[in-house]
Design a protein around this ligand. Structure first.
Ligand code: ADP
Length: 786
């Protein structure tokens, strides 16, 4: 647009100038015509006056028939010349020879001049004579100096004979002086051109350069009515250059105006565009702000610096329970005195003129306090030169309630921890105590500060260090701890017992369980402690009681059984049949009782850690073969056949042969008892990487699934009539398991009801065992389902 305006205005300037030029030109042309006409009149009158003079003189000569007396005409001619200053001289040349020159003074040299002798003038003079008409000649250089014009009149007498020539020599400069003066006044230049001259570019008088046609100049040509001469007046404006400069300045001004206009329009457009853009941007940002303001998920308000509401959003109304118009009418200090404008301003200054953030209870419409988080910022709205507070209000009452609930629940938990009888300690994975409850502190009775400086694992293991400590550390490295650390739910506890000595030197028995959890500070162990000193005493007493009772029973029972065997053997001869049957039953029951007592004693020994294990290396094939032989009586009794398949290449194992014999005896007796008559019991040995596996397989009743998971528990029997019939204590497998595990092996079975069972146990191959832990009082809670 600025370019269009620039070009348009420029063109308009050019057009106006063009029109103006034309108008000026036509006026100038008109003026020129009239001025040239005026000049022509002046020049014609100046030249023609001379002609009139010459005509008078010719008439006089004619009247005298050519015979004149010089003194007759001289005063007259002198007078004439004096009245016409442009007349330089008047010559009379009868027979073409100059006889009279007026004035004589200064023109003496002309006297006697014979025209035909003058090659310069003679052709023109001859032409005048031939034409018989007067003519204006010149210009030519005068002998007397200056430029002259000569008006020559050929004089013919009454008989039409040629008399001579009368010439009036005019000072050209003076002839045209009046015209020159007027031309200057009229500001025109002029030239007089001889149309018959061969060289048309030569002027008789005036500026020759006018002949060169200039488009910038207005010229006018007028024919001069001069006798005997075809001449023309050429007039031209002499002030055209100033017109031209004037036009050029107008053009320059026009273009400058065009440029200025274009520039102004460009500037205006630019500022308009900037304003429009700013307006749109502002409008858009206002719209955005308004949208955000109205839909914000938190309360928002605009408040002026004097603390008056300007605008509130729906969420703020919702938080405070007001309708918008109600809230806008309410003084802001009704919500909280803290929102008074001077206070806010003070705080703002105190905060280094940064935005404010604080928690504040605002009064709800129904009077209750609403805990809110307020963010306040002071914004300057430059356009309006105003400053506002912008409030952001977040309802944090739920968080505050939850926090207080959490606090209450933490206090509650702490109360429980303080009151609970069990000691509860939390530690890091390396045993640094994080928390310890009073019950735990009461166990060691150390000063409170001492707990924080000690490694709790050392305290915990007490007299069982370093074996128990190594075990705990092993547990901490185990996957179940790692699972808990990685927050994988796994409810497993590591339970052990230990013996500690308290601050006063008293010995205490502890049972503790360790579980792990993930806390903010990192993985944490929770250790629950129970003082089992009392229980331990009771157990010892109980165990002692059991062993005393068993021993006390066993001794008389052995002699009873012995006596009964003797009687049955016929020491008293043949017994009556009824008595013999009674003796047999008594013997059977006595043996059953002995079996029970032996089992109870074994179990007692195992539980009390009093059973001795004499581990040694021995060949497995041989020992199993011997134990099969030793138990042939069971095969007999239950009409089954023991079939042994030894290792093709015997293997040495590390175990207690006596205990292995005991285990074999139990498994073989069970297999025989629960086999169908005339079936086979297969005894296999398999060699594995680090163990040999002994399997006893029967084809018999099998074990119902519902009993399988508790078969290794004490006094566990399948509740079936055949079991009851076949007797047993239900302790055998439990004892077997304890013994196998003490020898670093495993025991288990596979069974299908009605098909049969395979019981197996493993023993370590000699050279692969770690040292056996003897007489340890540890017990663990490993699954009992083997
Ligand atoms: P018991 O002295 O009663 O045999 P055990 O602990 O040796 O005690 O066996 C426990 C119970 O397991 C038995 O009473 C029996 O019910 C079951 N049982 C053990 N071995 C077998 C087997 N080979 N076949 C079927 N049931 C068996």
């Amino acid at each position: 647009m600025p370019i269009v305006v620039f070009v348009g205005t420029g063109c308009a300037t050019e057009l106006i100038l063009f029109e103006e030029d034309r108008r000026q030109e036509s006026i100038a042309r008109e003026n020129m015509m009239s001025n040239a006409g005026e000049l022509r009149a002046i020049i014609e009158s100046e030249l023609n006056a001379t002609i009139h003079l010459a005509s008078g003189l010719v008439s006089f000569i004619k009247s005298k028939n050519g015979e004149y007396k010089i003194n007759e005409i001289e005063p007259w001619l002198l007078d004439l010349q004096a009245s016409e200053p442009s007349i330089r001289n008047i010559t009379l040349a009868p027979g073409n020879r100059i006889q009279t020159v007026v004035p004589r003074q200064g023109n003496e040299s002309a006297l006697g001049l014979y025209y035909p002798d003058n090659p310069q003038q003679w052709p023109a003079i001859r032409k005048i004579i031939q034409s018989e008409h007067p003519a204006l000649a010149g210009p030519f250089e005068l002998r007397q100096g200056g430029l002259g014009l000569a008006y020559r009149v050929p004089v013919f007498l009454a008989d039409e004979s040629y008399w001579g020539m009368i010439s009036t020599v005019l000072n050209a400069k003076q002839v045209f002086a009046l015209a020159e003066q007027r031309a200057q006044q009229l500001k025109i230049d002029f030239a007089i051109i001889d149309l018959e001259s061969l060289s048309k570019s030569q002027a008789i008088y005036g500026k020759e350069d006018l002949l060169v046609n200039s488009t910038k100049q207005i010229t006018s040509k007028l024919k001069l009515n001069i006798s005997g001469r075809n001449i023309e007046l050429l007039a031209s404006t002499s002030h055209l250059s100033s017109d031209f400069i004037y036009t050029q300045s107008q053009r320059l001004a026009g273009w400058l105006i065009a440029l200025l206009l274009g520039f102004l329009i460009a500037k205006t457009l630019q500022s308009y565009r900037r304003q429009t853009r700013a307006y749109f941007a502002l409008n858009e940002s206002q719209q955005r702000f308004l949208r955000a303001f109205n839909t914000a998920p938190q309360g928002m308000a605009l408040v002026d610096v004097d603390g008056n509401w300007i605008s509130v959003n729906p969420m703020l109304c919702n938080i405070l329970g007001y309708e918008e118009y109600e809230l806008l009418q309410k003084p802001i200090t009704d919500l909280s005195s803290q929102l008074a404008a001077p206070k806010l301003h003070q705080q703002w200054i105190a905060q280094g003129k940064n935005s404010l953030q604080f928690e504040l209870s605002l009064r709800h419409r129904d009077g209750r306090a609403v805990s809110c988080l307020l963010s306040l910022a002071l914004i300057e709205y430059e356009k309006l030169e105003k400053t506002y507070w912008i409030f952001q209000v977040i309802d944090i009452s739920r968080r505050v309630t939850a926090e207080s609930q959490l606090l209450a629940s933490a206090e509650y938990t702490q109360t429980i921890l303080n009151k609970v009888a069990e000691g509860i300690v939390s530690t890091s994975l390396n045993g640094a105590i994080r928390s310890i409850n009073p019950a735990a502190m009461a166990l060691w009775k150390l000063p409170e500060a001492a707990y924080l400086q000690t490694n709790f694992f050392n305290l915990l293991c007490g007299e069982n260090n370093p074996v128990l400590l190594a075990d705990i550390e092993h547990f901490i490295q185990s996957p179940q701890i790692m699972d808990a650390v990685q927050e994988i739910e796994r409810n497993s506890f590591y339970t052990r017992e230990s013996t500690i000595t308290d601050f006063h030197g008293n010995q205490l028995h502890l049972e503790f369980s360790i579980s792990s959890t993930q806390q903010k500070e990192g993985p944490e162990l929770i250790i629950v402690l129970r003082d089992i000193t009392e229980r331990k005493h009771l157990e010892i007493m109980q165990s002692e009681f059991v062993s005393i009772v068993s021993h006390e029973l066993r001794t008389p029972l052995t002699s009873i059984i012995g006596s009964l065997k003797l009687i049955e053997g016929g020491i008293f001869g043949n017994l009556p049949e009824s008595l013999a049957r009674m003796i047999h039953i008594a013997l059977q029951n006595g043996q059953q009782l002995a079996l029970i007592i032996n089992d109870i004693l074994d179990m007692d020994k195992l539980v009390g850690g009093k059973m001795e294990f004499n581990t040694q290396n021995f060949a497995i094939n041989q020992l199993i073969a011997e134990s099969i032989d030793n138990n042939q009586s069971f095969a007999h009794e239950y009409q089954v056949q023991f079939k042994f398949m030894p290792l093709t290449q015997d293997s040495m194992v590390n175990a207690d042969p006596l205990r292995v014999g005991q285990i074999m005896s139990n498994l073989l007796s069970n297999a025989a008892k629960f086999s169908h008559p005339n079936s086979k019991v297969e005894i296999n040995i398999l060699k594995e990487l680090r163990h040999v596996k002994v399997l006893v397989k029967d084809v018999g009743e099998g074990i119902p699934e519902q009993y399988q998971d508790r078969l290794f528990k004490k006094f566990s029997q399948v509740d079936g009539s055949s079991t009851r019939k076949k007797g047993g204590t239900g302790l055998g497998l439990s004892i077997c398991r304890q013994m196998v595990e003490r020898m670093q092996g495993e025991i288990g079975f596979e069974s299908t009801e009605g098909v049969g069972s395979t019981f197996y146990f493993t023993l370590p191959i000699a050279g692969t065992t770690t040292d056996l832990v003897e007489n340890s009082s540890m017990s663990d809670n490993k699954s009992d389902n083997k």
